[in-house]
Design a protein around this ligand. Structure first.
Ligand code: SF4
Ligand code: SF4
Length: 155
């Protein structure tokens, strides 16, 4: 037994076994991608960060400040401020923020949104965020509509 172990060590058998596994896998199709040069194709229902959108016809923001998304959010990361319109009919949106640090991407905020034919809030495909500052992850109304600015970091 001792002799067998010594022989394995002397012949570097574990090393050759490892090299053989590496060699075999060199010729298999790659299942990973070289991010960020390549990215995966997402399923249509992929849930990135929630965002707001405009009416594709008019370009107007769709949110009517009903507060339903704020009420249903389980992590309380949506914060909306609105005020009554001068004519008393409906509300004007003053501010709308989502704290992405607390968002769990559950998508519940989209379900009760009453705007038609598309919801004002939606789960986007955006997921590439990185920053040194926590404020980066609190998206205000403009960023929710237009998207967060992408920063490229050099080494
Ligand atoms: S996805 Fe879920 S956690 Fe995130 S804002 Fe919507 S309801 Fe809140
Ligand atoms: S549920 Fe829709 S319309 Fe109501 S406040 Fe949220 S985003 Fe705006």
């Amino acid at each position: 037994m001792i002799f067998g172990n010594l022989l394995r060590k002397f012949l570097l058998l574990e090393l050759w076994q490892g090299m053989w596994v590496t060699l075999k896998n060199q010729f298999r199709p790659h299942i990973t991608v070289e991010y960020p040069r390549e990215t995966l194709e997402f399923a249509p229902r992929f849930r990135g960060v929630p965002r707001l959108r405009r009416d594709p016809q008019t370009g107007e923001e769709l949110c009517i400040s009903c507060l339903l998304c704020e009420a249903i959010c389980p992590t309380e990361c949506i914060s909306i401020v609105s005020e009554k319109k001068a004519d008393g009919k409906g509300k004007d949106l003053v501010s709308f923020t989502i704290n992405y640090e607390r968002c769990c991407f559950c998508g519940l905020c989209v379900d009760p949104c009453p705007t038609k034919p598309i919801t004002a809030i939606y789960m986007s495909h955006d997921y590439e965020f990185a920053g040194y500052d926590r404020d980066v992850y609190v998206a205000d109304r403009r960023e929710l509509v237009d998207g967060l600015p992408v920063k490229l970091y050099d080494r």
